[in-house]
Design a protein around this ligand. Structure first.
Ligand code: GLU
Length: 317
């Protein structure tokens, strides 16, 4: 039985880009008779809000998507909320530590100007941790540890990490070029990379379909699956929706959130129809019946699907 998932982060409202990825994951599982789990990724307590989590669930339902297991429905892999799953992240961390895959890192955020732990963070745009703390001597660790509590970094293997992406075909990354990444922050927060791997494995997820912004998280996650002796799912990374300038949609642009479209009177089936046409487009360029929508969006690359400025007007017609 195939199992897919939606994994929203409740640090803001859902926008149509998030809804597009959710619909694509929904189509993938509903086409093959698989199961869908919804997991709320609220591991970052400072940025997550319970009100966003509730609104996200309502927005997805409003759009017409459904799922089989989740925070409200329960299911055999409960809890479906990351903040309630910390004990299993701690277990995985111990396992990694015992097998020698971790080291304490004393670099501060400002030392580095980047952190490789957050999804869609600076790290996914390029900068890799240069490994300052990897080769500290025991004495140096003791001296630094007296001043500051460390984060825990995972040692990326120095080898090519390849996988077959369900949408983009074979992808290959050089592990060491991605840099060692944080699995637990100095303040005790587990990173997205660790939590998502532990959860997808524990929930028996076989298919992960998500936006292209997480493509370079996948080799990091595959290295974790390997180090933890877990079976990795199949991955597919689909293009992100972008505005007329080519910039991806941001949570900060409120006008394309589902909540705002609904308040402005957009019918859910009109939005769903548009997103489904886009999903049809990325599946097979120029599918029949969507020609009238073409001026509204065009694929520019494997990473971006750009739509025109009159999208809102079209949705409101
Ligand atoms: N929670 C992540 C997000 O909101 C998605 C994680 C994933 O799909 O692996 O972008």
């Amino acid at each position: 039985m195939r199992r897919g998932r939606f994994a929203p982060t409740p640090s803001g409202l859902l926008h149509i880009g998030n809804a597009f990825a959710a619909l694509a994951a929904w189509l993938q599982m509903r086409q093959c008779g698989g199961t869908i789990a919804l997991r709320m990724e609220d591991i970052d307590k400072a940025r997550s809000r319970a009100s966003f989590a509730e609104q996200i669930l309502d927005d997805l339902r409003w759009l017409g998507l459904d799922w089989d297991e989740g925070p409200r429905e329960g299911g055999s892999y409960a809890p479906y909320v990351q903040s309630a799953r910390e004990p299993i992240y701690e277990e995985a961390l111990e396992k990694l530590r015992e097998a020698g895959h971790l080291y304490p890192c004393y670099c501060s955020r400002s030392d580095l100007a980047t952190l490789a732990s957050a999804p869609h963070g600076l790290a996914s745009e390029g900068a890799a941790y240069p490994g300052f703390c990897r080769a500290l001597t025991d004495e140096e660790r003791i001296a630094k540890g007296a001043l500051k509590s460390p984060s825990q970094r995972f040692v990326m293997p120095a080898r090519a990490i390849a996988f077959r992406d369900g949408w983009r075909g074979t992808q290959s990354f050089e592990g060491s070029a991605l840099g060692d990444f944080v699995v637990k922050r100095a303040d005790g927060m587990f990173s997205y990379q660790l939590a998502v791997v532990v959860d997808d494995a524990a929930m028996g997820i076989t298919d992960v379909l998500r936006g292209a912004d997480l493509l370079d998280s996948t080799p990091r996650q595959l290295a974790l699956y390997d180090a933890l002796g877990l079976q990795a799912p199949e991955f597919s990374h689909i293009p992100l929706l972008a505005d007329e300038t080519g910039a991806r949609l941001s949570k900060r642009d409120k006008s394309l959130t589902l909540a705002s479209l609904r308040e402005n009177g957009v019918a859910p089936e009109r939005l769903l129809g548009l997103l489904a046409a886009m999903a049809g487009w990325i599946d097979r360029p120029e599918p029949v019946g969507v020609r009238e929508l073409m001026p509204l969006f065009k694929p520019v690359s494997e990473e971006r699907l750009v739509f025109g400025g009159d999208l809102r007007t079209w949705l409101l017609q």
